[in-house]
Ligand binder design. Sequence first.
Ligand SMILES: NC(=O)c1ccc[n+]([C@@H]2O[C@H](COP(=O)([O-])OP(=O)(O)OC[C@H]3O[C@@H](n4cnc5c(N)ncnc54)[C@H](OP(=O)(O)O)[C@@H]3O)[C@@H](O)[C@H]2O)c1
Length: 464
Amino acid sequence: MTVALPEPYFLHGEPKQVLVFFGGTGHLFTQKILPALYFLQKEGRLEKAVLIAIGRRFSTQTEYQNFVFQNLKQHLPTAKDSSLLKLAKSFHYLSGSLEDAQTYRELNRLLPPLPQEIIFYLSTLPSLYQKVVLSLKEHVLSAVAPRSQKIALEKPFGRDEESFAQLESTLKTVFSEEEIYYVDHYLGKETVLNLIILKAENLFLERLLSGEFVQQVHFVVSEKEGVGERGTFYQETGAIKDMVQNHMLQLLTLLAVDIPTLCEEDRKECEQFVVTMNRRRTHLLEEVALPPAKEIKLGQYQSYQAEVNQLHSRVETLVQMPLYLQNPRWSGVPFWLSTGKKLAQKTSFIEVTFNSLTETPNRLLIEIQPEEKIDLIVNVKKFGRELRSVPAKLNLCLSGSFQAATPQAYQKIIHDILLGDHTIFPNSSFIRNSWKIIDKLLALIDKENLTPKIYPDHSPLPVF
Ligand SMILES: NC(=O)c1ccc[n+]([C@@H]2O[C@H](COP(=O)([O-])OP(=O)(O)OC[C@H]3O[C@@H](n4cnc5c(N)ncnc54)[C@H](OP(=O)(O)O)[C@@H]3O)[C@@H](O)[C@H]2O)c1
């Protein structure tokens, strides 16, 4: 059903970019994308952009704009009502099902004859992605000819290597690799991006990050909340597909990669940096070795089965395991991954522990959540007459140091899509290789019949 169509916006002047959000009423859109759009608008980066949102929940544009305003107000309580209203009122809303060809015809009606660029942002059910792409091909892109077109997709990108290959092949009937942006919001976070600079611009650190000096690396993503309303989704996913396949392998490859020389101003050089980084990180995934089955610990929080109403569910809500890299730089170093839901703390960090002759080894701690900060733990002299040591932190608190709020990850993500900068987006080969690892891991778990052990809700890590 499509009602109360807004006027075609091109009557109001020549837009530079048209952003079409599929799932414009959903959780991710309201929690993350809307606040990011607010900040981008404030920075003047959406001056010539037209925003179109598609959903089913509301019938009229006014209802939708009210919904946008209320959501913005909730997330940005200190912002001026007038600037929130400005953004809310700039949305064109299209009410309709993504499974209905009529919705795409109506979308056509809203688009100008020759837009400079159209960006399709898919923040809807992943099961609809292929349908949306094929419908765009049939009903939209055949009718309008933008000078440039892009598509951004939220994870998950398939359920395994095979389903990802199908998704990729559908995408590539319409979009080239350069036009596709696979969004992993972890890579938009300041501290994660800082890893690139820390490695590329601090030679001593890049050299220290190797098996010669490192005892182990630990990646932790611990959540306090359970699956909540996402039970159906989680039953088909579990912690390994939800967290390891994307965020954790992203972090692992960023930390372990042989970083190329960072680009300066030169555009060609910068493009080359991205290409080389992506190629090296994708190749690293081919060097990942799984641990013996006994080192893989799976868990499920106590109230999970009742929460998802599946009394015999074997879905893991927690995984703790090491991965190894079979290359000269990292041979023998365990990269521990720990991720789980309904744990004691909401936190995510990377901890690098260096080889040591003392009881308190040096550590590099890169905290991503709740704060974005970097600590180097060194041993210094304990105050007093004796020559004794005590561990101390050399601290870089990102928000504090630079006197500004760290930009939200989604602000960077959308800005980079507008600019066409691929640095923080995994490419298809990376995703394909990461699924290969996950498929092998799940086959091993199946073969060894590993089942999750129950852990009490809100347990601290390590759970087992
Ligand atoms: N939520 C997160 O924190 C998060 C984090 C990372 C990635 N993601 C990914 O982001 C995507 C969206 O997640 P979400 O949490 O926002 O989901 P959600 O809250 O369930 O929202 C789904 C959106 O898709 C729309 N939709 C569903 N079926 C439709 C149909 N047949 N026709 C038209 N619209 C339809 C819904 O519209 P109506 O409700 O108006 O019908 C709604 O706007 C998923 O791929 C998810 O995996 C989410």
